[in-house]
Design a protein around this ligand. Structure first.
Ligand code: G3P
Ligand code: CA
Length: 268
């Protein structure tokens, strides 16, 4: 029914598995997506960047050094920036062993591979466009991949997808290119600036270290670009005490490496 469609997700606050269930599986890999799914969490967060040959891949850092064996495989190519390696070169890297030998052989997924896994698992995605200043046009390109994978259909847009960035220009661009997409700005703008942000961002997603009850209430008093109250997801909360505190403030969601811990703390 339309009433059922309009109902908010039952989880309150929403628990979002940060880079997948990244306390338990290597971040931003398909294994971390599956781990969140196995644990019963629909919402995952990821980070998107671009390779030398123009493919979108899912990785947090601007370099491959921390989360892959790139230094061993390509020793002469410091500082191992994502944008200096082709997709084929990146596909050879092990993105799991640094985390645990159990995950040896996990790969850096392309955005396409990642979307297919999230789709297969019937999961939902907070997609972060990372370091957009390094990747001109990444907003349009990300939307193209999402569109090819069927993720810009009305149902997906209503229920399943948020695109966020620390760059206000990027969030604004996504909103202008595809106004129906739900967007999030990562940061904590001054209250005086919120009217401007509310023209292009549905969510203001702030670090849990910066937010207060007053800030959360103020966010909720603004109306976003789709005529609904602005929302706030907070990150990255990995302990029960802070989860309970931000839940008391009334945040709409908590982005966490430990979704099980946060769900237990906030939803009993
Ligand atoms: O989704 C919020 C959070 O991911 C932002 O920080 O550095 O983990 O991408 P970071
Ligand atoms: Ca992120």
């Amino acid at each position: 029914t339309s009433a059922a469609q309009a109902a908010p997700d039952a989880d309150n606050p929403l628990v979002v598995a940060h880079r997948g269930a990244s306390a338990y599986a290597p971040e931003n890999t398909l294994a971390a997506v599956d781990k969140a799914d196995d644990m019963g969490f629909a919402w995952v967060e990821n980070d998107v960047q671009r390779t030398k040959d123009g493919r979108l891949v899912v990785l947090h850092d601007a370099t491959l050094a921390r989360t892959t064996n790139v230094e061993e495989i390509y020793p002469g190519r410091a500082p191992w920036n994502v944008r200096d390696f082709t997709a084929a070169e990146i596909a050879r890297l092990d993105a799991g062993s640094w985390f645990s030998s159990r995950y040896a052989g996990a790969r850096v997924p392309t955005l396409q591979q990642y979307m297919r896994r999230v789709s297969r698992n019937h999961q939902k995605l907070v997609l972060e466009i990372k370091n957009p200043q390094l990747y001109p046009g990444i907003e349009r390109q990300t939307l193209k991949v999402l569109s090819n994978e069927g993720w810009l259909s009305p149902w997906h847009l209503r229920k399943r997808l948020v695109i966020q960035s620390f760059s206000a220009d990027t969030v604004r661009k996504v909103h202008q290119l595809r106004p129906a997409v739900k967007t999030g700005f990562l940061g904590a703008p001054a209250i005086a600036d919120l009217p401007e942000y509310a023209t292009f961002a549905d969510q203001i997603n702030s670090s849990y270290t910066t937010i207060s009850q007053a800030y959360v209430s103020t966010i909720h008093a603004f109306e976003g670009p789709h005529g609904k109250p602005l929302e706030i997801l907070t990150w990255t909360v990995n302990d029960a005490a802070n989860a309970r505190r931000v839940a008391r403030y009334g945040v709409d969601g908590i982005i966490t490496n430990k979704p099980d811990v946060i769900k237990r703390a906030t939803q009993g």
